[in-house]
Design a protein around this ligand. Sequence first.
Ligand code: NAI
Ligand code: MG
Length: 505
Amino acid sequence: MNANPNVIPMQPAPSSLVRDFLARKPRLLINNEWVESRSGKTLPVYDPASGREIARVPDAGSEDVNRAVAAARAAFDSGPWSEMLPKAREALLWKLADLIDRNAEELAELESVDNGKTRFMASIIDVPGTRDYFRYMAGYATKIEGVTMQTSIGGMPGAKFHTYVAREPVGVVAQIVPWNFPLAMAAWKLAPALAAGCTCILKPAEQTPLSALRLGELIIEAGFPPGVVNILTGLGESTGAALVAHPGVDKVAFTGSTEVGKIINKAATDTLKRVSLELGGKSPMIVLPDADVGQAVGGAAMAIFFNAGQVCTAGSRLYVHAKIFDKVIEGLSGAASAIRLGPGLEQSTEMGPLVSKEQQERVLSYIESGKQEGASVAAGGEALSHPGYFVKPTVLVNVKPQMRVVKEEIFGPVVVAQRFDDLDDVVKAANDSPYGLGASIWTNNLSAAHRLVPRIKAGTVWVNCHNMVDAAMPFGGFKSSGIGREHGRAAIELYTESKSVCMLV
Ligand code: NAI
Ligand code: MG
């Protein structure tokens, strides 16, 4: 415990499990073999809590992309995977989930030193969530169904037709994921694709490649055949872009910034790849006058400070009815100031650093722009004078709708709070965004909640909660927040093609 919240402990040394993993020198996974990049180039991996380099991983180039696509292609077109019974795919996914469970401590620690989040949060959210996601999707492998229909095809007197629709795996998929939940994002991509019978090339974010590579080891241990899952570490503009352009890739699934989502969508047009995109957000949280102030304060703090605000659905725009605005802001600012920052492996830490120096600078520059445009800082508003990439939990008030801090995704622990009097005004303000990923409504008035839900343009609307995600509940965005829905049956649809069959009998 610290008496002075500005003095934080240094990052404890990692356990021998993590040291052993790093000593194995993570490499590229292609065709179930660990290989160097052809160019021999590598990229540094930093611990965000100290800024120290802790590993180097290969920087995959176009030759490596070609090798991985060839392996995935062969596994899909002619490997044992293409003949495997659905129940065998299901069993492999369950086996992988069991291995994740068995190695949970190590994975949580890796996630912490790679991303900055606390080991504690990784151990109660990211790792069990990943395990459960594989288990949930495993079941779909044996539950992919089609339909039959009666047709009215004319012009052939007496002819009878048997017509049906089958779903088939889409093929080789490139899956490009971000750094905020590295392991869970890998699971959201791999699990439904594998359940559907696709083969995969996963590209983790350059900031956080470690847990995906450990997952790769577990994938081999589980017994997935060669080429079914390939993992390429590298930069977005090179490795990622080469995957998106590759003619041997049938589909691209991406989670990340709206800016890159647009680039990917355009690039994929040349080969007409299937594309699913889960992009940015600027999710509003609307607190109605009857809401319980304590619940709203706790909810708002969780909505924006969970994972240091590096969440695509973070409740980053807070709209509170004038009647309770001051009380909610006072409570939220108090909660923000009480959060203990520190390195992720330290037990007393409540919030870790941001993922990278770049992200820290980006978030601080947003705070600066807000101040310059006239916003007031009710809590936080600055970095810590400490080596890691820390930003204090920040509450900005006196903000105006046209300010950059209100319009743009900050992706850090920064909330902008505005008061409202009129429901129509707040609906307009909430929807006044190019994004439409998440939103939450806080009220005990059932009728008000039901009347408001249909007016909010977002892929998920929470009531009296925020950031609740489940494998069964479709997830994705309206407008510039993306294309397609992940989770549930929707995810299986993303990784299958529909085939209509019409037989003259
Ligand atoms: P990014 O969108 O550049 O990176 C996400 C993934 O895309 C990484 O794996 C990256 O290597 C890859 N990538 C980047 N450029 C690519 C390209 N041209 N072709 C193919 N793949 C490419 O996100 P970045 O730069 O790390 O963060 C910038 C901002 O993006 C954040 O501040 C945040 O606002 C937003 N973001 C949103 C996320 C979300 O979950 N919605 C996740 C990460 C970032
Ligand atoms: Mg980028």
